[in-house]
Ligand binder design. Sequence first.
Ligand code: G4P
Length: 528
Amino acid sequence: MADPRTEAARRRTFAIISHPDAGKTTLTEKFLLYGGALGKEAGAVKAREGRRSATSDWMEMEQQRGISITSTVLQFDYRDCVVNLLDTPGHRDFSEDTYRVLAAADAAVMVLDAAKGIEPQTLKLFEVCREREIPFLTFVNKWDRPGKAPLELLDEIEETLVVEPTPLTWPVGIPGDFRGVIHRGTGAYTRFERTARGSTIAPEEEVSADEAASVEGESWTDANEEVELLDELGRNVDVKTFLAGESTPVFFGSALTNFGVRFLLDGVVDLVPAPAPRQLADGTRRALDAPFSGLVFKVQAGMDKAHRDRIAFVRVCSGRFERGITAVAERTGRQFSTKYAQTMFGQDRDTVEEAYPGDVLGLVNANDLRVGDAVYVGEPASFPSLPAFAPEHFMRARVTDTSKFKQFRKGVAQLDEEGAIQVLRDADLGDQAPILAAVGLLQFEVATHRLENEFGAPIELSPTPFTIARRTDDESASRLNAMQGVSVLSRDDGTRLALFESKYWMDRVLSDHPELTLDRMVAEGGLN
Ligand code: G4P
């Protein structure tokens, strides 16, 4: 039987974050290609189509919209490591799930479009990484197309994110005329060759400096001058500051043509920290070889139309998980069977027999579990609550057919419990017309669809005047409620949210009454 510490040491668990269209899906496929999980050839393009249709059609809505709402977990071997890639959905809209996935990751890869640099959603996701103290690597993608100059991109990272960019590879050839990269660790120059749409691993050739100088000409001289500048500025990968989130190793490449993908994957294996003993709510850490414990970071219902089941995604934090063991759900103290533990590859589910720290399990029909909960064997475990951003969109929901009110109430409660959407109530309207609150607009579509199709309660959403929310406490709540343009609503778990009609108004309230509690972060899950 393998030692959980040895197995943990070879796990690399990370998520890719990016603005839609920066190339996350493409890069994910290329990781699988290089990880050997797609076979040697071509799988890539097909897999992409496959992922869009076959693996995400569990919901009619997804089919209609042609988007993937589910986040999946992909596992593959690379070198002597087991890589767990937590795939956040690539749609245009945010959802809380995207944030939650980061709670299960030990690091992130931030993908930037070379022509666009840091875009709004990248910035938001980056803020979550910072809040959760997750180190990140940066991949500048689409270098095969015209884009910004590399030094300009570095400045942008530094100024916008206040993080020191430390390139590990440096591109030779301007964006649009990408030849290869200089590896700053070894000094070697690697030339790439194109393959059709990158459906096979890109042939690479290590070229000596002399040959490079004669073949690449000016591009070579320019790249070397830039590398010298970086050396002078001391922009070298530094593991300590990387782990502290103060610097980010940068890689240049093109996911489409596979250029630079291998270097990035090597960077993941070399730099992403292996799972460490996870901090518990009481401030101590649970040893990696302690009995099994895991963190629920996402709960998803309705993945299988035939069963309408509910899957809790659990990141293993300690010990060896073995299918069939009886674990305890922290929230209820109840025992449950793990006979139906699964791994997910898109929609394909495989029964998982064993798992180690860093791996992700899907526990089917684990109805007691909510986001932030712990599951464990032996000594109880409880994790600190996960920091989450306050919602940003608010709609009032009413059932259109009043005879379906019971179903509506049940459905809304269930969606709230799952964390699919937040349900806010005010004392006057209560359950009749709660406000649904979300981080991304897509969550409303999902909620509407599910209430109608799963619970038989069609709803109508109407806009509210609110645009921003902050967490508050009981004492501030009564004062805020008495003010104009502010409304304090409650969640089922007792969290109080103050809703404002504009940021301007909120800032004014805060500057007039700095003593009020108005917090951007809301705790999610956990018992504290
Ligand atoms: P996302 O998951 O981050 O949303 O991005 P995705 O991988 O779907 O990529 C978005 C678009 O950018 C796709 O084009 C994809 O082919 C393209 N792309 C990704 N990486 C690169 C790259 O390195 N170079 C270039 N030139 N393009 C890249 P599309 O037209 O939307 O889709 P498709 O018709 O190519 O499938």
